[in-house]
Design a binder for this molecule. Structure first.
Ligand SMILES: [Zn+2]
Length: 192
């Protein structure tokens, strides 16, 4: 998993989704969460750049001296709230950043063939709703509002205003599909 996810991270960097060392990624394997370490140029992200954390986001031995991402707590919360999640991807792609500035609490979009990229959506003849959260530095914000709005999080992803997206899945394949579907829908809506 480390190698495959590291490869995805490098590919997403080529798409411009993680400039200036930004974004973070994680996976859970055999009950252990591994998260990307902070400050790494994503064009050169390697399997060895994942560090283990516990269920509260604390870095585990022998990696205690390595800094995890500031947003590690968001990963922990997603694993807690969505037990089926095994891979979490975060993007700073411009498309969702721009979309988040055009909508208030929810990005609603419908009738696109590609919305079937979200697990559970079987037709283009419906509208999907993606919640938008504020760009809080205080992780207490996410601890409060992710559980509070959990019923709105139906498509395995959400937006953070003027920041980016989080998407997850039961494996890397599903997580990628969800992230790329959301980005595509944002791009189409922006182009209108
Ligand atoms: Zn971010």
């Amino acid at each position: 998993m480390k190698e495959k996810l590291a490869e995805t991270i490098r590919l997403y960097h080529l798409k411009g989704w993680s400039p200036a060392t930004s974004t973070n990624y994680s996976f859970m394997e055999d009950g252990q969460i591994w998260v990307s370490r902070s400050g790494v140029d994503k064009s050169n992200f390697q399997a060895a750049d994942f560090i283990p954390i516990d269920e509260n986001g604390l870095v585990q031995a022998p990696f205690q001296d390595i800094k995890p991402s500031d947003e590690t707590m968001i990963h922990v919360l997603i694993y807690r709230l969505f037990p089926q999640a095994k891979v979490i991807l975060h993007s700073h792609s411009k498309n969702p950043v721009l979309i988040s500035m055009k909508h208030k609490e929810t990005f609603s979009v419908g009738n696109y063939e590609l919305q079937k990229g979200f697990s559970g959506v079987t037709t283009h003849e419906c509208t999907v709703h993606i919640p938008i959260f504020e760009n809080a530095q205080d992780m207490g914000y996410f601890e409060k509002y992710l559980p509070e709005r959990i019923s709105e999080i139906q498509q395995h992803c959400f937006l953070i205003r003027q920041h980016g997206t989080y998407a997850w899945g039961e494996n890397l394949f599903a997580a990628k599909r969800h992230l790329e579907t959301l980005d595509y829908l944002c791009e189409c809506e922006l182009a209108q």
